[in-house]
Design a protein around this ligand. Structure first.
Ligand code: HEM
Length: 408
């Protein structure tokens, strides 16, 4: 029995995944809600599953989907029609357009704007510490930065950023954490806002990445519903993951001061290595989205997964596979340092693999490689203001990162 909401499991799921990995390529477990799922935890096996078309991304009819009987639920159902929930050929068509919009030169051109946003937030963190004696780095830094950056990607006018941040926060919160209706209201508002945004981009395109998508959508055969779902996917795929990357990296650095000092001494080589090692060691997306077998599948060790089964490729576990990463539980950025011989380090699986490989990987890396050095060079005395062993983590099998990170 696996309870993804269990606090100890959320904080440290790795021993559990190591036990599963020792049992076979995939293990069938019963989840706390009574459903059964196959978990894939080895590095090679995870990549094999993610590249295999017999593992479908299309959610089963009705499963986990809200019934469309209120405006908020209708909004949620429509916004769920995105490419991460689709297979070829639909997926191929949708994906082609995003790859063009996220071309490396377009992503790299965001650097100066990201620097401005990071500087503003670092000031905010410093201000809170001065005023209150401490600040929550998740709330003041790791959460707002990715939302602001997605605002840049989508070309959301600056005057609407506060609202975007508020709706994103609300739809990402558990329903019982906020006053009744607050989450539903945010869904409806996001839906209405993105509908308007698309119309505005059609009338007068900006130089943002989303305007490229809106422009190309006509030729690529995207309908308005698909475009709307795309805006929503970019927001959700891009914010919670990057938030966890930033929060986990800050936590790892604050608890490994020698690595922080080494990065300050050799920034050009060390910061990229820290970002890669954080992606491996603290995979922000714990598991991919659910896959479903379209037929019986036999894995390389002979394990047979029946047709129609729910399957989760656990990236966090793949990234700690000792067959692929020596001393996998240690945080060792030097794994990703360039070597004199030009040897390439073992790639991690944090951005997935196969047709759904992360569209935003370059953007996520860029954000982290700007944000972390600026944070720690502007505030060199930053220290943890809580016991790291007691920090609460996000529940569930999808994303992983500390919920709060008090610093002083
Ligand atoms: C540290 C940050 C991030 C991590 C770890 C991450 C990880 C991933 C992973 C593992 C997948 C594949 C999921 C699956 O196969 O089920 C994925 C897909 C995706 N990611 Fe990211 N992501 C990050 C940031 C971003 C950002 C910043 C964006 C865009 C603004 C983005 C956009 C997407 C999109 C659109 C997909 C769906 C691709 C498809 O279905 O073909 N991600 N991401």
């Amino acid at each position: 029995m696996l309870d993804p909401a269990d606090e100890d499991f959320a904080r440290d799921p790795y021993p559990y995944y190591a036990r599963l990995r020792a049992q076979g390529d995939a293990v069938c477990v019963t989840l706390a809600n009574g459903s059964r799922a196959w978990l894939v935890t080895g590095y090679e096996q995870t990549r094999a599953v993610l590249a295999d078309p017999r593992f479908s991304n299309v959610p089963p009819q009705g499963a986990g989907r809200p019934k469309a009987d209120s405006p908020a639920q209708r909004a949620r159902a429509l916004l769920a029609r995105h490419m991460l929930n689709s297979d070829a050929p639909d997926h191929t068509r949708l994906r082609k357009l995003t790859t063009a919009a996220f071309a490396p030169r377009r992503v790299d051109a965001l650097r100066p704007r990201i620097e401005v946003l990071v500087k503003g937030l670092v000031e905010e963190v410093a201000g809170r510490i001065e005023r209150d004696g401490s600040a929550d780095l998740v709330d003041a830094f790791a959460f707002p930065l990715p939302v602001l950056v997605i605002g840049e990607v989508l070309g959301v006018p600056e005057s609407d950023r506060v609202a975007l941040r508020d709706w994103t926060y609300r739809v990402g919160s558990p329903a019982d954490a906020l006053p009744p209706g607050a989450v539903d209201e945010a869904w409806t508002q996001l839906y209405g806002y993105f509908t308007e945004l698309i119309a505005a981009k059609r009338r007068s395109p900006g130089d943002d990445l989303f305007s490229v998508l809106v422009h190309d959508s006509a030729e690529g055969g995207l309908d308005d519903g698909e475009l709307l779902a795309m805006a929503f996917l970019l927001l959700f795929a891009g914010y919670e993951t990057t938030m966890n990357l930033l929060a986990s990296a800050a936590l790892l650095l604050l608890s490994h001061p020698q690595e922080l000092a080494a990065a300050q001494a050799d920034p050009a080589a060390r910061w990229p290595a820290i970002v890669e090692e954080t992606l491996r060691h603290a995979s922000p997306l714990e598991g991919t989205t659910w896959r479903r077998t379209t037929e019986d599948v036999a894995l390389s060790d002979g394990t047979r997964i029946p047709a129609g089964a729910s399957v989760l490729a656990v990236l966090a576990a793949a990234n700690r596979d000792p067959a692929h990463f020596p001393d996998p539980d240690a945080f060792r950025p030097d794994r990703y340092l360039p070597t004199a011989e030009g040897a390439r380090p073992a790639p991690h699986a944090a951005f997935g693999h196969g047709p759904h490989f992360c569209v935003g990987s370059r953007l996520a890396r860029l954000e982290a490689q700007i944000a972390l050095p600026l944070l720690f060079t502007t505030l060199p005395g930053l220290r943890l203001a809580a016991d790291p062993a007691g920090l609460p983590y996000r529940p569930g099998l999808l994303v992983r990162g500390p919920r709060v990170l008090p610093v002083a």
